[in-house]
Design a protein around this ligand. Structure first.
Ligand SMILES: [Zn+2]
Length: 680
């Protein structure tokens, strides 16, 4: 096994350990202090475990015993006792971690409707520029390449299957074992160059990121974890992910790939599990979801210990780069290394956080705040202040009583946000507004600051509605649409500006063969000014399904003017153009989709259908073969492939493809008809 080269960089004056901030376990370090660049040239393995609540990890005090791997890494490495995320939502949290920039700097404020535009360097772009091989292996659609975090990665493996027909609410994810085996294969292959048949190692370091989505709901761990954690399936998912991580690290140790590697494990956010009446995450910003585990592991260079100062996910990128001696700016974060090494006394820069999902999709008050000096300030119409040391459960709101603490934090928050980018991906121009109005649509006004909302719009006031929305979605997924319909109508009656409720109600109507009612639901929301780019994209898709192509194009184009990062709109426009015979326009849309989402099997499938329509059968075969290579379970693509082969006179292959399509989806009428015709 290759030993680590330890570089000691002189010049960093050691000013001694700050009292109580940094506690070394065991003996004094035998190796050099943690100097800048001490891990120069080391590989970097970043593992993010989605939705992992800090207090469910043994090293953070849990007695459930579900995280032996994380506990071992924490015991052998450096554990950060108090680490904050900046958004309790997957895409914006990972973007903050990767860029070292707060959401209002990197521009990614919510899942789904934002795309990272590459405006600031990321860990991947920086390490790649420094000569690293870079590979990402993500576990769920929420981190799909189309949302921009693929920047700087040579390989961005976001293959987790396609949206199953009729199941638009189902989660596209793949389990930790699949993610990690792809990552381990890439790591063990990375640096091995096949040159004229001879495999040789190169000295090129690698950066790998593995994203394990398992603990995210639905909590449905595989056996034996399902049985073992029957009464606590969330812990079962954590235990499964932890066990898979342990197995992957063992494999990498056996092959010598961890010998010169910095391993970082973090979560993107926690899970409320009913705390403050919040079921999952994303609505509030209490410590159940805001505090995350963070561990750095690189023995023997990084000595075992616990850092008790404030760490933030925006600090991860600068800390890693500091250790591996790569220079890049981190707009909001700072390297934690000088504090850990004792070169500097720990500071307290404050940790910014926000969650805007309810604001952007329901028109509720936006939530933002700051953790500073052991207090948490939450800026909402009903403002909150908690003393995190005395009241870790955040039960006693001190805002009214402790104005001398609240006001300075409020000012700090305001000055932090003073130069913030606006929330909307683009400003809505007058032309777009007029076009929408001419179509009978009105769009929601630009986001307002928290203090212009009232207590009626505070998520604390509305948390019960949030839980009712979850119940409606569960009912819809669980096959009781009548229950879901009743709840969704009730929610719209309570809050007529509940944009996402219209969207879900429309989905329900469409899935229960009431397409016209679905369209009317979204159009009525729109007439009243409750539409956003996402609901217009949904409407455009339904208009296309109803055969109203002209209007579908108008609405989808309007959605894209509102938010050019609304990828669904490109895909749907491509389908509408195909059906209208506007083939060149359709190609333009699918080409754009594939440029931002190179592993989109559904796009290859739609492109294949376009080629079939154009009678370009060889091209169709190529495109549809790509679709099924990425997602072998895509029944429609197998059916299309059968048609293309049949047109090319290759009936054996055609029959085989239709057979596969029917195996996957016995209800696929087209495939059945094709097969019957072929056998006549
Ligand atoms: Zn997440």
């Amino acid at each position: 096994m290759k030993r680590l080269t330890i570089l000691v960089i002189a010049g960093g004056a050691v000013i001694g350990l700050a009292a109580g901030s940094w506690i070394l376990r065991g003996r004094r370090p035998r190796t050099a202090p943690l100097s800048a660049g001490v891990l120069r040239g080391a590989n970097v393995l970043l593992v993010t475990i989605d939705t992992l609540r800090a207090d469910h990890v043994g090293a953070y005090g849990s007695t459930r015993g579900v995280t032996p791997t994380l506990d071992r890494l924490a015991a052998e490495g450096l554990r950060f006792e108090t680490t904050y995320t900046h958004v309790p939502l997957t895409l914006p949290s990972h973007t903050a971690l990767m860029t070292g920039a707060y959401p209002f700097v990197n521009g990614v404020r919510d899942n789904g409707s934002f795309r990272f535009d590459g405006g600031v360097p990321t860990l991947a772009t920086t390490l790649k520029a420094a000569g690293y091989r870079t590979g990402a292996f993500v576990g769920a659609f929420v981190l799909d390449a189309r949302f921009g975090l693929n920047a700087g990665f040579d390989v961005y493996d976001d293959k987790y299957g396609s949206r199953p027909a009729g199941g638009e609410l189902s989660v596209l994810e793949r389990p930790a074992d699949k993610v990690l085996s792809a990552a381990v294969s890439w790591i063990t292959d990375a640096g091995r160059v096949r040159d004229a048949g001879i495999v040789r190692d190169t000295s090129q370091p690698w950066f790998a990121w593995a994203h394990l989505y398992d603990p995210h709901e639905p909590y449905d761990p595989p056996e034996p974890f399902r049985a073992r954690y029957a009464s606590d399936p969330y812990s079962g998912e954590i235990a499964f992910a932890d066990a898979q991580l342990g197995a992957a690290l063992d494999r990498l140790t056996q092959t010598g790939h961890l010998a010169h590697t910095l391993v970082i494990v973090a979560a993107d956010h926690g899970e409320s599990l009913g705390d403050h009446q919040e079921r999952t995450h994303g609505l509030f910003a209490y410590d159940s979801t805001l505090r995350v585990p963070l561990v750095l592991w690189a023995p023997p260079v990084v000595q075992p210990g616990v850092f008790r100062g404030v760490a933030r996910l925006v600090d991860v990128m600068p800390t890693v780069l500091d250790l591996v001696a790569v220079i890049a700016p981190a707009p909001s974060g700072r390297s934690l290394r000088p504090f850990v090494s004792g070169e500097r006394a720990p500071d307290d820069p404050g940790s910014y956080f926000e969650t805007l999902n309810a604001n952007l999709t329901r028109n509720w008050a936006p939530l933002a705040g700051l953790v500073s000096g052991g207090f948490k300030l939450i800026d909402l119409p009903i403002p909150e202040l908690y003393d995190l040391g005395a009241d870790p459960g955040e039960q006693v709101n001190l805002y009214g009583r402790r104005q001398e603490i609240a006001k300075p934090i409020e000012r700090q928050l305001d000055s932090l946000r003073a130069g913030a980018k606006p929330v909307a991906a683009t400003q809505v121009d007058r032309d777009t507004v007029q076009r929408l109005q001419s179509l009978g649509y009105v769009v929601a006004p630009a986001a307002r600051p928290a203090r212009s909302f009232t207590a009626r719009d505070d998520p604390k006031t509305l948390v019960a509605l949030s839980n009712r929305l979850d119940e409606a979605l569960d009912a819809l997924k669980g096959g009781t649409p009548a229950v879901a319909e009743r709840i969704l109508k009730e929610l719209i009656a309570a809050r007529p500006d509940f944009t996402i409720a219209y969207d879900r109600l429309a989905l329900l109507y469409r899935e229960t063969s009431r397409l016209q009612t679905a369209i009317e639901t979204l159009e009525s929301a729109s007439r009243n000014g409750y539409s956003d780019a996402a609901s217009l994209a949904t409407l455009g898709g339904y208009l296309q399904e109803a055969g109203n192509f002209e209007r579908s194009v108008e609405v989808l184009q309007a959605a894209l003017k509102l938010n050019p990062a609304e990828p669904e709109a490109y895909e749907k426009l491509g389908i509408t153009y195909t059906r209208m015979g506007r083939y060149a326009d359709a190609h333009r849309m699918f080409d754009h989709m594939l440029s931002i989402a190179p592993n989109s099997a559904t796009t290859y499938n739609n492109l294949g259908s376009l080629y079939l329509t154009e009678h370009r059968y060889a091209d169709a075969v190529q495109s549809l073969t790509r679709a099924v290579a990425i997602d072998p379970a895509l029944a429609g693509a197998h059916n299309g492939l059968g048609v293309a082969y049949a047109r090319l006179g290759q009936m054996d292959r055609a029959i085989a493809e239709w057979g596969k399509a029917l195996e996957l989806r016995p209800d696929l009428a087209d495939a059945r008809y094709n097969l019957e015709q072929a056998k006549k």
